[in-house]
Ligand binder design. Sequence first.
Ligand code: 6PG
Length: 240
Amino acid sequence: MLEIVDDADALAQTLADTVAAEIGNAIATRGHCALALAGGSTPKTAYALLAATPLREGVDWSKVRFFFGDERCVGPDDPQSNYKMAYEALLGPLRIPAEQIFRMRGEDEPANAARDYAALLRSQLGAKPVLDLMMLGMGPDGHTASLFPGSDPLEDDDSLVRAPYVAKFSAYRLTLTPRVINSSRLVAIAAAGSEKAEALAAALEGPRDPLRCPVQIVAPVRGRLLWLVDRAAASGLRKT
Ligand code: 6PG
């Protein structure tokens, strides 16, 4: 499903409303919610809306476990850390207890951090982890989480977490694999701004080529996929 909203502010509000509703659905249905947070800047405003009235009061946050879709290989206090961004915008203001937050340890050796996070996912969610809600963004190059163009998407990879070396940043990253992402009950990809227009058009209307456009890997096996974009990001689409 593709939802186009007017601008970045409308996107943030729609994303926040969607996340709050999906958490509520998960809790009503299964008694709890496993939510994977996205990094980058797009979700930041939505996180702040979730941590503020009225959305804050509408969710039983005690039933939510917070995971991460990807992380930079830095410590939790580093300005680059996705955890730091999410903590400052959402987890801290909501006073989420540490035992409900499952951080990727970007400060550890990447391969070890990936292995440890996979073990954590299995311990929390079982051998075949299913997230209730997977939040993702998309870069101007079509990357999502930390699945970047040029690095083998390994779609049939059985691993749950990977530590790819990303040449464009000359740095390692930690990322959930397509297997985990596509096992989610709902994947919400949010993209705003004209700088995303080319990648969005390629993703939705171009030939399937996940090596070049990794976000095309996102195809939930049994779950739902929701694209939330603003008009600027959708400006390259032929069909809207
Ligand atoms: C990250 C994110 C990444 C992000 C996109 C979009 O670690 O940077 O996980 O996948 O979602 O790069 O980033 P913006 O929202 O800042 O455009």
